[in-house]
Design a protein around this ligand. Sequence first.
Ligand SMILES: C[S@@+](CC[C@H](N)C(=O)[O-])C[C@H]1O[C@@H](n2cnc3c(N)ncnc32)[C@H](O)[C@@H]1O
Length: 410
Amino acid sequence: RVAAVLVCIRKKNRSTLNQSHILEYIQLRKWLKERGFDDRNLRPAQFSGNTLLAGEVIISLPEKCLLTTGTILSSYLGENIAKWKPPISPLIALCTFLIAEKYAGEQSVWKPYLDVLPKTYTCPVCLDQEVVRLLPEPLRRKAQEQRTVVQELYTSSKSFFSSLQSWFTETVETVFNYDALQWAWCTINTRTVYMKHSQRECFSREPDVYALAPYLDLLNHSPNVQVKAAFNEQTRCYEIRTESHCRRHEELFICYGPHDNQRLLLEYGFVAINNPQSGVYVSAAHAFYLLVIFDTFRNLTFGRDGPSWRLLTALKLLCLGTDEFTYWKKVLLGDIISARNEERSLNIAAKICFSLIEETQHVLHQISQMKKDKVNLENQLALVEVLRLEDLTILQTSAEILYNLHTAVT
Ligand SMILES: C[S@@+](CC[C@H](N)C(=O)[O-])C[C@H]1O[C@@H](n2cnc3c(N)ncnc32)[C@H](O)[C@@H]1O
């Protein structure tokens, strides 16, 4: 399946990349129409203009089209969930429903939606361990944590899955296997919209904030757009409103949040080129002598406009001479203490920056070797390669800025 996106088609759609003729999308639109959704603004397209006006509602998806815990409780699974103790989480309820409906195939009323969902994902939990090892810190650690979370979720849900045996001809172990849970978990993690539901006794205390929104979930992310997305209690529709203009035939984006590339890869399995939110993290190894003040100075980064204020300030504090300690508050206020302090802190920042550049180049070299030897990991390696190349651009820009700053103070 080619990844789909939504493009603006105000008036006649002449886009050659239009995908709305693809059978799966025809069926999805028919299915949505039966549930009260008829969209005149957008068409699915395959992508790498007239204008939609800022403030306009671009999609308004009726409640009937949404898949939420409410949908599940009113389904055949509702009774099993209500009886099960200790109560399962809203997340596991959604995973269970997705797996069961996918297994039902032709019998599922959700088939048109399930047919357009990705078959595989590139969130870290799906990546080969060899590829995870190539990720930069702290993403590598978070990727391992994600794997543990999903594995534990699977182990702790096995007995609940067993309670569903009467609904299936095959054994539940086959239907609800680890791969199925991983697929369902990624579907929810990468595609749900935020929708708060009131706490129900049949569920555990974890927040119930998910809704799968067919069609609306074809919208890709851009860090540079502003949208408002929320369930409208009056119209009983999930609405997305543009805050910026969108031209005809252009891909329409929403913003998943102010996420850097590490977060995008962790949560959604992709990397955004030229992401203004991105920075390269200084690892604990580089910052070992920063540990003392690490609690106050978290998220030390290099960005496209050089080392972050926090990183430089932390370094300036560390570089205070014994005769300068009493000025630490001035450093926090952004004052220059001495030329020596400025020069030493910039030198250390440059050393860390170069060390990160070297590490990134080394990993890029490893990736190019692995691409030749491990053809089956080609896609996963390409993903990490983009992330590392973006990091390299940021670091090289930072190095240049540091060089100019250093020249200015010496
Ligand atoms: C809500 S879906 C968006 C629709 C998706 N393109 C599809 O084919 O179904 C979210 C997923 O789309 C992809 N995606 C979203 N924004 C992207 C972007 N700017 N660049 C690349 N992939 C993106 C990621 O795989 C992400 O997990």
